[in-house]
Structure formats: C-alpha cells, structure tokens
Design a protein around this ligand. Structure first.
Ligand code: NDP
Ligand code: GUE
Length: 297
C-alpha cells in the first residue's frame, strides 16, 4: 500500500482564506479589525523564522499584526509588564508568547498572566480546564489543526482507536482530549509506555508528538492507519552539502508511507495548519470580545 498524502499546506491555505473572508466581514459590517500580538524573547533562529511566517500570514489575512522582539536577558517582570499592557490594549485581540522562554523566566507565570479571552494558544488553565470539561474556550492550535485534518480525511471519527504519542500540555494532552470529544477510544503513550510498537500497532489513528527524529517505524503501523506527524526536527543533511540540515518528523516517513492509508508530510503537514489555526483562533477571540457570533459575522 502507498499512503495518500494529507496536504497540510493546501488545507491551511483554505483555512486562511476563510479567516480572510471573516476578517473582511468584521471590518465592513462591524468596524472591527482583529489584532494579534506575537512576543518573542531572545534570538533563537528557528523561532525567528517561525515568528516571521506568523507575522506575514497574519497581515495577509487583513488582521493587524503586532510584533515584539525582546532581548534574551529580558527579566520576568518586564515580560509580565508587556503582557499586562497587551491585555489592556483593546486593539489586541490575541496574544502569543513564543515558547520556550529563556531560563530566568517562569513560563507558567507568563501563561497565567495572559487574559484567557486573548490566549489564542489555548495554554492558560482556564482554556485547558474548559477543554477538559467540555466548555468552549480557545483550543491549542496544533492539536486543533490535527483534528481538522483528521476529520477532513476520515469524516466521523466515532469509535476509531487513536494513539497519541507524547503527553505535553501544548500538544499531547489537548490532542487526546479533542480525540476523546470526537468519540475516539484514546490511548496516550509516553516515555514510560511499556510496549510502544504494540500500542501504535493497535491504532487506526496515530498522532506522533514526541520530538525524536523518525522514532516511529513503519512496521509499528497498522496497515491503512492514518498517521499525523507533529514532530519538527532539524537534522544534519550531509547529502545536501556540508553543514546543511533538513526537517524530519517523529515518524520514519518513507517506511510509514508504505503501510499507512494516509500520512502527513514534514514539512507541509501539521506546521502550516498550526499557523492557520492560530489565525482562526484570533478571529474567534475577536468575535467573543465583541459579543459577535463567529458563525454569523
Ligand atoms: N507542527 C507544529 O506546529 C508543532 C510541532 N511541535 C513538535 O512536536 C514535537 C513534540 O513537541 P512537545 O509536545 O512540545 O514536546 P515535549 O518535549 O514537551 O514532549 C514530548 C513527549 O514525548 C514523550 N517522549 C519522549 N521520548 C519518548 C520515547 N522514547 N517514547 C515515547 N514517548 C516519548 C515525552 O514523554 P514523557 O512525558 O514521559 O517525558 C513527552 O510526553 C516536537 O518535535 C516539536 O518540535 C510542537 C509544537 C507545534
Ligand atoms: N507559544 C507558542 N505557540 C506555538 O504554537 C509554538 C511555540 N510557542 N513555539 C514553537 C512551536 C513550534 N511551532 C511551529 C509552528 C509551525 C511550523 C511550520 O509552519 N513549519 C513548516 C516548516 C517551516 C520551516 O521550513 O522551518 C512546516 O512544517 O511545513 C513549525 C513549528 C509552533 N510552536
């Protein structure tokens, strides 16, 4: 079998077109322009590229984009003051503080300081609590993007067996929650799982969010299963020349593609959908802040 490719890049373009249409309706009918603030602390080159993409795509949909680059030695107090200022600014509807943060800053404190109504990452305990109890908060972008691709590829997910490999607060746990809400039977695997290949083999849906290059092998996958690869790992690529690198996922793609029914590539899979969902969340947050129904803008 050769898996069909789930084209996250093309899907993300569709999502962004929907966002752009909503933004133009918000402007024309309600005089509201959504605004997204992205805060980055320090100069990690990978983060810089990613933030640049976000800023450009935000502006492309017609939203206001506010971009703050703070030095690597920024104090926790200064970052908290910046977040407070953004919380108070009515032109800012969404706030994203790029993670990880330098070690002098307590990430949990910063996330807790963001107004939950503007927390477009969905990382605040109010939003994770709402997700865990069936409410309608803001949902983390990466798992939301994965769910949208799964529903687009498979339709109703009811009764399917899903394994999520990884249990981070930003990907694994909210992903498992969304799959549970979609009526999957969900297993969450992690570094202490006893028989990881066996757990993966049992699943109709595999979501890999481990952060280990090509760890999930082709012969672990159930024939015909749908594989969503969240991992973004930059590895050395001597075949491209000295000092060159390339991106790979957490799944051994070439092997897995001979067994799976459908698979997301890296790059061009989950990554672009994450950014599209961030923009979608910003529109959702804007509508709620203005007491508008997002379905009837
Ligand atoms: N495409 C996108 O938009 C995004 C991609 N990512 C990528 O997704 C990946 C995961 O990110 P994130 O969740 O933040 O990572 P974390 O490092 O926070 O979590 C990794 C998880 O994988 C588990 N794990 C580690 N090693 C193993 C192993 N050998 N076997 C089984 N489980 C293991 C860990 O288990 P334990 O809890 O026991 O330690 C942990 O739960 C990374 O590659 C990251 O770059 C992340 C965010 C967005
Ligand atoms: N507060 C916060 N929220 C995040 O959502 C967040 C974060 N911090 N820190 C870092 C991770 C990582 N992440 C990515 C999103 C998109 C791509 C993406 O678009 N990737 C392209 C490739 C980009 C390239 O070529 O380098 C792709 O997969 O096709 C990558 C990584 C969001 N994160």
């Amino acid at each position: 079998m050769t898996a069909s490719i789930i084209d996250g890049k093309a899907f993300a373009e569709k999502v962004r077109a929907g966002v752009a249409a909503d933004v133009s309706a918000l402007k024309a009918k309600h005089g509201v322009t959504p605004g997204l603030a992205v805060v980055i602390v320090g100069e990690d080159p990978a983060s810089q590229v990613y933030v640049k993409n976000k800023v450009k795509q935000t502006a492309d949909t017609g939203m206001n984009s506010f971009h703050f680059e703070l030095p690597a030695d920024t104090s926790e107090a200064d970052l908290l003051a910046r977040v407070e200022a953004l919380n108070a600014d009515p032109a800012v509807n969404g706030i994203l503080v790029q993670l990880p943060l330098p070690k002098q800053i307590d990430e949990a404190k910063v996330i807790a300081a963001i107004d939950p109504a503007k927390d477009v990452d969905g990382f605040h305990v109010v939003n994770s609590g709402l997700l865990a109890t069936g409410g309608r908060g803001l949902v983390p972008c990466t798992p939301l993007g994965c769910l949208l691709m799964l529903q687009d590829a498979l339709g109703d997910l009811s009764g399917l067996k899903a394994v999520v490999v990884g249990r981070s607060n930003i990907v694994g746990k909210p992903m498992a929650q969304l799959l549970l809400d979609a009526n999957c039977t969900v297993t969450i695997a992690h570094s202490r799982t006893k028989d990881l290949p066996g757990e993966v083999k049992a699943a109709d849906i595999v979501v890999a969010a481990v952060g280990r290059p090509e760890m999930i092998k082709g012969d672990w996958i159930k024939p015909g299963a749908t594989v969503i690869d969240v991992g973004i790992n930059r590895i050395a690529a001597p075949e491209k020349g000295e000092g060159k690198t390339r991106l790979v996922g957490d799944v051994a793609y070439d092997e897995a593609a001979t067994v799976a029914g459908r698979i997301t590539p890296v790059p061009g899979g989950v990554g672009p959908m994450t950014i599209a969902c961030l923009l979608r969340n910003t529109v959702t947050a804007t509508c709620r802040q203005h007491r508008l129904d997002p379905k009837a803008i």
